[in-house]
Structure formats: C-alpha cells, structure tokens
Design a protein around this ligand. Sequence first.
Ligand SMILES: [Zn+2]
Length: 484
Amino acid sequence: MDYEVIICFETHVELHTATKLFCDCAVEYGAPPNSHICPVCTGQPGALPVLNKKAVEYCVRAGLALNCEINRNSRFARKNYFYPDLPKGYQISQYELPFCENGFLEIADGNGGFYPVGIKRIHLEEDAGKLVHSAESLEKAEHSLVDYNRACVPLLEIVGDHLRNPLRSIEQARMYLEKLRQTLRYIEISECIIEKGQFRCDVNISLRPKGSKNFGNRTEIKNMASFRFISEALEYEIKRQTEILDSGGEILQETRLFDEQKKITLPMRSKENAPDYRYFPDPDLIEVELETDFIEKIRTNLPELPDQKLKRFIEEFGISRKDAIILTRDKNVADYFIEGSQFAHDQKKYLRWILKELFKLLNEANSVITDCKISPRDFAELINFITQNQITEPVGRDVLSEMFQTGRQPGVIIKEKGLQIIQDDSALERIVDEIFGKNPEPVALVQAGQLKTLEFLIGQVMRETKGKANPNKVREIMLQKLSK
Ligand SMILES: [Zn+2]
C-alpha cells in the first residue's frame, strides 16, 4: 500500500546568554565540572529563581523570526521527573501559555516556491545537568559523575505542528533542520553547534494510508546527534513502519533510540516511556507580562533573515542564485563577502576567489570563516593585485596560502618575496630564447603546426620564472619569434 509520511521535530536550542536562565552563574561550554554552580541551579532548599531578561528577549526574537504570535502573558511550569542530573526533581519549563505560538518556517518546495512548515510553539526552559559515565553507556558504567554546569542553562524548545503543514519526506526534514539552524544563527541567539549539544533534536514520525485523514500511531526517536543520523533513523523507521502496516500489524506509540552503528532504531525501556510529568505552574515565578514596547523593539531590531539576505545578494550584488545560496548559507561568510566587496575592484573575480580558493583552504584546514586570519580587506587587496596585473593567478594562490597561515598582508608578502609580474619584455624574451635553446624538439613540433606543444614551452617559462611571467605575454613573444 502507498503511505503518507508525517514528520515533526522537537528541537532544543541552547541560548548563548552570558548567564543562566534563573541565576547569575556563567554559561561556559567546556568549563571545569561544577565550576559554574550556585544554590539556585543546584536546587538547594529555599533558593529562588530570578528570570533572565535576555533569555526572554532571545525567545521572542526566535518567535518573530519564525513567524509566531507572541503571547503577552506567559507562565513557567514545573515538569516533574526524577533523574540524577536534575537536582530539584523538576525542570522549570512552560506548559500552558508559552511565549510563542502558531508560527511557520518556509522551506523551498522544489518548484521555485515555498512550503511553510508549521511550528506549534516555542517555549523557554532550563537545561538539566550532565552525567559523565565511567564507561560508554550507563549499563556498563561502574560509576557516574554529575556536572551541574549545564543545569539551568536557557533552552528554547521549538515544537513542530503535525496538524499544520508537517514535513512529508526525509528531504524536507533535512531542509527544515538546515533552514532552522541557519535562521537561529542569523538572529544570533545560538551558535547551534550540534557537537556541543547546542542544537538537539527529537523527531516524531508516523505513516498513514495515502488519502486518509486520520493519523497513524507515531514513534518518537530521541537525542539525534547529527543530521545524517536523523536521515538514517527516519529511513529505517519508514521501512520498519511500512513493513508492519503492510503485514496488518499495528505501530506501537513509543519512544525509540537510534543505534548509530547498526543504523536501526530500538525501543527504549518501557519504564521510560509515556512519563506523567504532572505539570503545574511554578509558584516561585510570577506570570510574565510582556510590554508591547519590549516586543516591538525586538521586532524593529530583528537582523536580516536568510531569505532576505539571499534576495539582496541577487538584486544588489547581481550574484547568481546558485552562488548567492552558497554565500548566504553561513551568515559569517555573507558578512565577510560584504565587508571585503567594498575594497574589491573586480567583484566577479573577488566572488570567484572566495567561493573557490578561500573555501578550499577552509575545507582543507577543517576551519570556519570566523577563525580565518585573513581580513576581508586584505583578501580583496590580494584580488586587486591580480586584476591590476601585478601578480599572476598561480602566484596569487601561493600568496593566499601564506596569508591563510600567517594573516600577513598580501602587499608585504609580494614585496618581501619579489613576486611581482616580470614587466620587462626584454627580460622575458631572453628567458624565452633560453627555453627554446634547451628544447629544440618541442620547438620543431610547434613549427610543424602542433600548437599543443606551445603550452609545454610556456609552462617551462613559468617554471623558470617561478610563476612570475604573464603567460599571455609569453605566448605572444613565442608566437612572434616562431613566425619569423
Ligand atoms: Zn547558578
């Protein structure tokens, strides 16, 4: 039978505020264990939470960027469960009245238009601490230690809406996650680095016969560690659920985990399934009332979003859609491009060198643009040396490579190493004569009409001059000499 796939994400995003959600402890990834803790975030009796205004601002900023309605009145609730990384025995989260509701995120629909993926709600909550086991898994561990640095770090939970334009394919799921992460980075509320746990996904998936209005039972796959694992887990789940439904079976509504080695999902132990969280309003925190001014100020100062930047790159800079998509994928790359572009004389060459040469160096070094030692201005200056015929492209690549390593300015490297193009034609003529003298056979071949061999001779001159000759000039001189 043909089935329709319904996919929804619950995404947790760690906000990069300076301090935690309800206390003044610093948020610092990788700090020594339990170095950023206090009575509030370790849940000592009598300690009272005080809400971090910046976290609320970031939450509203996310809500506006994701086209949500912002609730003027909002409230925190206690989500009760027991786990060693949760010192209070409850997590402060939101249940009724989250800050943001009924939004959407547009992804490309493949026909030149957009598909608005429904977002049910965005709420703010505190993160739990972190257990460090003495072995890979809890089952094998002899002991476990707990680090409360992460306890009470502000988290956004972004919940997809299975009733309103849910995701229908693995391809759409991947596009949604990438666009979501890109958008959150653009509005600068989180770095969203998956490896640091700043962007974590649970995914719900169900199948139903094509045309059916009812939803099938869904499974939830928890704690997905990479976009690739999410795709693999979804692929496995679609296959597994299809086989069960085809054979007349029923899908159990349950939580499953993805085995990254075997590429399969497995049910979680049943006692961890379907917990009753007994939510109730947190009596230590009063209801939050957002003033219109507060919301409007955030709306006015909302940074440019990915689609707006893409449009501007195409219209203002005359960049092709394909190149603009690559440039705007990472906001930092887009900003780098804009900053340097005001210094570049040849915009097209400048763009090509960023997309080809700079990206190549970044990839090889497994690095990102924010760690790049070359300032946008120096990068543009290097391209100007090439467009002004002061250095050749091969020399330009060598200079770029050195700039990438050391961060030194192109002019300094070129001068110090004497890399300027040989402008003196008589000097070039002497080198051409020398190369001709050393290679009588190739010269004879060219004279007999085999022009391919000319490239070999030009190559010899380039080698002799360490790339400092203008190859077009060399060609011109050679043809002139050979025609005599
Ligand atoms: Zn604290």
